[in-house]
Write a protein of this length. Structure first.
Lengths: 233, 374
């Protein structure tokens, strides 16, 4: 498996979390295989807003550490990342980020119970085979989990399938043959799983492909969902 | 690896008069340390890196001597202008540890009290004793705190010990292919090696210098055994397989398989120059190493005393100190909230991987050191 996050478009348009965003940019081109993240991704801004200054943050599938670096600079967090890929671990170390090389499929054995305020899994859940396992582990080692993932039921994805093609979009930027994604699910599916496994959804934000907040008919109009979860204790 | 060697180097000697109280309770009244330095200590004295050596290492980390062009330092491939331990940025210090046989005071040195070699009378030294002695060398060089203390294997254990015992003096620690303590299996291998030396008739209770002899046979066996544990099964398979020196079996006990030839050569080479008493002391220092003992085995509590930014590195094929052993240190550092990065390098050379010139491995060290502000 891989923990690479999907690459995101460049955006000059960083709206504060919760505010509606507009984006007049041309349609982005997916950059398959590129690892470097781009600051200003809408889910980064939402995640940042949920994290308090000085929090201890664990970023699973941290890539080159862009999100952690952002959180350190804007929130003064104490952060660590987990990444599996050699080149990406190297990039994160070069960025001065605490990174632990490891495989999310094997759990989070190195991390003690409730060692973190927030455990983040940004655009990575769909690449993990043991979905329930990683969610359980996140809330074992952390007080809160922050999870973002692409919504397979986004209307453009559905249209693509109806037209006979697997979807390729801003949030699903891979071809079917080179995708690291192994799980395809929707907001409704994910919320069913939360319900069944005792995960409490504290907050949810849904974004369209341009990074605008979606308020209505989210399972159809949302391309990316960001959840804030705790355990039902 | 790009970059250059440091070129011609010289070793230096420092004498210390202040008695050193050792972990064992013994006291070393005075001692010498030989060391080498590469690069220039900056005005703020903030760019120094200490490189600690492993079982059979010494102070000659990099470069060569003017009259010995082939005597190249044991970690030359990582030190020099443009290399990860960049001598254009850092002041690198290598030191031969107490009990060594390369110039620092050890069992083969003359005991001033008797005028004869110390031999069996040389006190047992522990990793913490080396660290205290190195701290005095740091004082001697005017280095208040190290930009980094680093090493592989037993050298990594010294870096770990530094970070615990002198937290204010270590800003970064790079711990490579090490463990927070030895396993029963590790100790068992060390004891077989020691038994080979101790039972050699030429050992004379450690005072063989007086008999004009050396326990070469025992030391050779010890090194052959050790060498097996430094290599990976895969690597030995690839390098030697079941290759024979001649095409057919000879049905005797001479050298037949290539692996036998290799091991015997390694054993002979080592036994020809290394001191058996030093080998005994170094393996005991390994066995005793267990800093968490001070905290009833709670490594997290031990690591909480450190203040350094850590880089822990392991190698996938190292079965002497496997990645799982490095992860014990990582887990303790994480649980105590320390800054730590961990890389598991896929190299095929077993424990010896830490000495290899590999672009990714050296890239990780380089990336970490580039974030150190001297």
């Amino acid at each position: 498996m891989t923990t690479h996050r999907a690459p995101a478009r460049d955006s000059q348009n960083q709206a504060p979390a919760g505010a509606a965003q507009t984006c007049g940019e041309a349609a982005p081109t997916p950059r398959t295989g590129q690892l470097t993240h781009t600051l200003g991704r809408a889910d980064f801004d939402l995640i940042t807003a949920w994290i308090a200054p000085g929090d201890r943050v664990l970023d699973l599938g941290c890539g080159d550490g862009t999100l952690l670096k952002h959180l350190i600079e804007t929130r003064g967090v104490h952060g660590w990342g987990v990444e599996i890929d050699d080149a990406t671990v190297l990039a994160a170390i070069r960025n001065g980020i605490n990174v632990i090389q490891g495989n999310l499929e094997k759990g989070l054995d190195e991390f003690a119970d409730q060692a973190f305020d927030h455990v983040v899994l940004s655009r990575t859940l769909q690449t993990v085979r043991h979905t329930e396992g990683i969610l359980r582990e996140m809330l074992r080692v952390g007080r809160e989990a922050v999870v973002s993932f692409p919504n397979f039921a986004y209307w453009k994805n559905l249209r693509s399938v109806l037209e006979g093609r697997m979807p390729v979009s801003e949030d699903l930027p891979y071809q079917w043959y080179d995708s690291p994604n192994v799980r395809f699910f929707t907001l409704l599916d994910f919320e069913d799983l939360c319900d069944r496994t005792g995960l409490v959804i504290r907050e949810r934000h849904v974004l369209d492909e341009e990074g605008n907040l979606v308020e209505n008919d989210v399972n159809f109009l949302g391309s990316l969902a960001v959840y804030r979860l705790t355990l039902n204790r | 690896m790009p970059g250059q060697s440091v070129g011609v180097v010289e070793s230096q000697r420092a004498h210390f008069d202040q008695p050193l109280h050792l972990r064992s309770g013994s006291v070393l009244p005075a001692y010498d340390l030989v060391y080498e330095t590469y690069g220039t200590l900056n005005a703020a004295r903030s760019n120094a890196i200490l490189v600690c050596h492993a079982l059979s290492g010494h102070h000659h980390v990099a470069g060569h001597y003017v009259d010995q062009p082939n005597n190249v330092g044991w970690w030359d491939n990582i030190v020099g202008p443009g290399r990860p331990l960049d001598t254009d940025r850092f002041f690198i210090v290598g030191v031969n540890n107490l009990g060594g046989c390369h110039g620092s005071t050890g069992p083969s040195s003359l005991n001033p009290a008797t005028g004869k070699p110390w031999g069996a009378a040389f006190p047992m030294v522990a990793v913490i004793d080396w660290v205290h002695a190195q701290a005095r060398l740091a004082d001697h060089l005017g280095i208040e705190s190290w930009a980094a203390v680093m090493g592989g294997s037993l050298g990594g254990m010294q870096a770990l010990r530094w970070s615990i015992t002198y937290p204010e003096r270590v800003r970064s620690a790079i711990v490579i292919a090490a463990a927070p303590k030895l396993s029963a299996q590790n100790i068992a291998f060390n004891d077989v090696a020691r038994q080979a030396i101790l039972t050699d008739p030429d050992f004379h209770g450690g005072n063989y210098y007086e008999y004009g002899t050396r326990p070469v046979r025992g030391l050779r066996l010890a090194r052959m055994l050790g060498h097996i544990t430094y290599l990976s099964d895969d690597q030995m398979g690839e390098k030697f397989g079941r290759e024979l020196r001649n095409s057919a079996f000879s049905f005797g006990f001479g050298v037949e398989f290539e692996v036998e030839s290799y091991l015997r050569h390694q054993g002979d080479k080592f036994a020809g120059h290394f001191d058996a008493n030093t080998y005994l002391l170094m393996t005991k220092a390994l066995d005793y190493f267990d800093p968490a003992r001070e905290d009833n085995g709670n490594l997290t509590a031990t690591m909480a005393r450190s203040k350094a930014n850590f880089l822990i590195v392991s190698f996938s094929t190292d079965w002497r100190f496997s990645p799982a052993r490095s992860k014990e240190m990582v887990a303790a550092l994480l649980a105590s909230g320390r800054d730590v990065s961990y890389a598991e390098i896929g190299l095929n050379f077993g424990h010896d991987s830490f000495l290899m010139d590999d672009a990714h491995y050296h890239g990780v060290i380089d990336a970490f050191l580039r974030n150190i502000k001297p």
